[in-house]
Design a binder for this molecule. Sequence first.
Ligand code: S3P
Length: 171
Amino acid sequence: MSLEIEKTIVLVGLMGAGKTSIGKRLAKNLNLEFRDSDREIEEKVGCSVAEIFESFGEAYFREMERETIRHLLLDLPPHVLATGGGAFMDEQTRNLIKENALSVWLRAALDVLVDRVSRNDSRPLLAQGNQKQVLERLIGVRYPIYAEADLVVDSDSGPHYKVVEQIIWKL
Ligand code: S3P
């Protein structure tokens, strides 16, 4: 694919929207490197996101997230970056992304999210109660903010390559 990509493509959206798997595929299609902010934080701190939440609290995690995304956007050449679901909710991180990247919101319906997150129980916010109720509440709070992303692509239950095609078409 010979698209001229001048800015990092940042994927935002709720847990289960497919940011990591779609991001990897997108990066491959565009011949770009793929990064995942959660994985970068885990490597830096030396433990899992769940352990960071438990030992240091969410505020510390958000600070690490802000610094990690700043470094990736300002110091690395254009790449595809999957962010954690709360990253774009942080005003400073959001502004950083708006100023230095092209953001894509992977929008997914509640049932699709519930189905996808049920395969992985490592997410601290979902351990706080009924997964469907938590996601429903987060949809209410976060979707109006995710809508500020540059592009919106629906990430439904179909194959990921179709979502990647949609993103590339919109780029
Ligand atoms: C979070 C989403 C997670 C991770 C952390 C907090 C959130 O990432 O960053 O558990 O606030 O929505 P994924 O969206 O990749 O699951």
